[in-house]
Design a protein around this ligand. Structure first.
Ligand code: COA
Length: 263
């Protein structure tokens, strides 16, 4: 079970370059394998950034060239009981899923199992040309547990999701780009800078509009079109209560750049 007494993060490094921040999974000697403490620390770090008004967009990456994350920690899971598996890791994953600010994953090397599932918790994925994606759980006698079957099916479609999850084979960054999971493929080593560049662009937008846009797009996966359209309309109207809406439109009319304040 996660060590509740831990106060200093052991596995996560946060680098702030306001208005963006980068959360780095820092366990390269184990290819950034996601043990339960690590997932809890990552959720803590992302929640803290989510509540920080100075940060508008978050980049998520793995330390080292070799892996974004090579999956859940197999050594930890090998002898786990069903109750430990039910209670141990999933609270952290749910907290990561609920982060409101846009998250961009910068993937180099392996994004396998929980690593691929974590990348899919991000809103945009930038990958090195050498990145490898996959869900190898079936090779261990188990299956995806942090959203892999659901998010792959929604993004890649049934047939590609079936093949990846049923064979455990890895897909290249170019494959994932062609199939719609990766936004951009960069030369190896440039994925983090490209992700930060995009994060700065997103961070320059009106922050409340960005948060509600993320919420609306994610709602598209949960709702029928009619309900989703209504939800979007309500969020759209809500933004007319913000100073940034006034500023954005006034700036356009005055032919000057907008100065957004996140209010
Ligand atoms: N859990 C725990 N430890 C892991 C791990 C994981 N998911 N993935 C890698 N590691 C550890 C290895 O045990 C090794 O530790 P060691 O040096 O103390 O022996 C270290 O990370 C380096 O990995 P290694 O396997 O030696 O590197 P490789 O280049 O030979 O192979 C992979 C790379 C990614 C192909 C291989 O590590 C692998 O298959 N990992 C598991 C992927 C997986 O099944 N993920 C889903 C889990 S549900």
């Amino acid at each position: 079970m996660p060590d509740q007494t831990t106060t200093q993060p052991r596995y996560i490094v946060v680098e702030r370059e306001e208005p963006i921040a980068t959360a780095i999974i820092n366990r390269p000697e184990k290819l950034n394998a996601l043990n339960w403490d690590l997932v809890a620390e990552l959720a803590d770090a992302l929640e803290t950034l989510d509540h920080d008004d100075a940060i508008h967009c978050i980049v998520l990456t793995g330390a080292g060239e070799r892996a974004f994350a090579a999956g859940a920690d197999i050594a930890e899971m090998a002898t786990a009981s069903p109750a430990q598996m039910a209670l141990g890791p999933f609270e952290g994953w749910d907290r990561i899923r609920r982060v409101k600010k846009p998250i961009i994953a910068a993937v180099s090397g392996f994004a396998l199992g929980g690593g691929n599932e974590l990348a899919m918790h991000a809103d945009i994925i930038i990958a090195s040309e050498k990145a490898k994606f996959g869900q190898p759980e079936i090779l261990l006698g188990i299956m995806c547990g942090a959203g892999g079957t659901q998010r792959l099916a929604r993004t890649l479609g049934k047939y590609r999701a079936m093949e990846l999850c049923l064979t455990g084979e890895q897909a290249s960054a170019q494959n994932m780009y062609d199939w719609g999971l990766v936004n951009r493929v960069t030369p190896d080593g440039q994925q983090l800078e490209e992700a930060k560049k995009l994060a700065r662009k997103i961070a320059a937008q009106a922050p409340l509009a960005a948060v509600l846009t993320k919420e609306a797009i994610l709602a598209a996966f949960e709702t029928p079109l009619e309900a989703g359209l209504l939800y979007e309309k309500r969020l759209f109207a809500l933004l007319f209560s913000t100073e940034d809406q006034r500023e954005g439109m006034q700036a356009f009319l005055e032919k000057r750049p907008a100065k957004f304040k996140g209010r």
